[in-house]
Design a protein around this ligand. Structure first.
Ligand SMILES: [Mg+2]
Length: 228
């Protein structure tokens, strides 16, 4: 029934949001005199405001933390504290890749029967480095690193790889990026929720749950594909 199975990377194949959550905790501590809720809210609105300029990824997150710290301290933040924020970012960029359970086995198994694509958004350099470090790159026919995931992005990818939309399956953790746009163009989508999802990714157009499948973990994917 399918020619191509495409996977999201962050929080679908490996842990990612947890790295952001941990950094945000440190950032909150650094600005503790302003109260955790205020820090979280200011950072979140700054990030969303900056998305169009900086795109998704760690570099944009670092800039948004710096901007938030300037705003909350009325410009009193000092160079050492900004250095600390830059160091948070360096640590994030160097964080080891930790695959989610069963990922290696499932990708290996499916790669024997299907063309696999990796479709991820974010910083080009960071995403390329993570894919290389994941040890999974050889399983994928192609890797697509895009600035955003919307119906047009997916249409272009399908066109480029000559894939029929009805024979395309996308697997990912984000309703907004991996599921809704794929269903909108007539593809199949499998949602595998991650423990924590950034609020922005939760915010999406409603689609009928009959149009996609949700499973608890990637280990259940081969059986689901077999039954389709
Ligand atoms: Mg993801």
């Amino acid at each position: 029934m399918f020619d191509v199975i495409a996977f999201d990377a962050d929080d679908t194949l490996w842990h990612n949001e947890s790295i952001f959550t941990m950094t945000q905790e440190k950032f909150r501590e650094m600005l503790s005199s302003h109260g955790p809720e205020v820090v979280d809210q200011t950072l979140s609105s700054t990030q969303i405001k900056n998305l169009k300029l900086f795109g998704y990824g760690i570099k944009g997150f670092i800039l948004s933390m710096i901007e938030t710290s300037i705003e909350l301290t009325d410009g009193e933040i000092n160079g050492n504290e900004i250095q600390q924020i830059l160091d948070f970012g360096r640590e994030m960029l160097a964080a080891p890749i930790e695959l989610l359970p069963d990922v290696q086995e499932v990708i290996d198994e499916l790669s024997k029967q299907y063309r696999l694509l990796l479709i991820t958004k974010g910083d080009l350099i960071d995403q390329e480095a993570k894919i290389a470090r994941s040890g999974l790159v050889d399983y994928f026919t192609a890797v697509e690193i895009v600035s955003d995931k919307n119906p047009q992005t997916y249409k272009k990818i399908l066109l480029r790889h000559k894939i029929d939309d009805s024979r395309f399956m996308m697997v990912g953790n984000s309703m907004r990026s991996d599921i809704v746009p794929v269903v909108q163009i007539g593809g199949h989508a499998v949602h595998i929720p991650y423990d924590t999802t950034w609020d922005h990714e939760q915010n999406h157009t409603y689609i009928d749950p009959a149009n996609y499948t949700q499973i608890k973990s990637i280990g259940l994917l081969p059986k689901l594909i077999e039954e389709k």
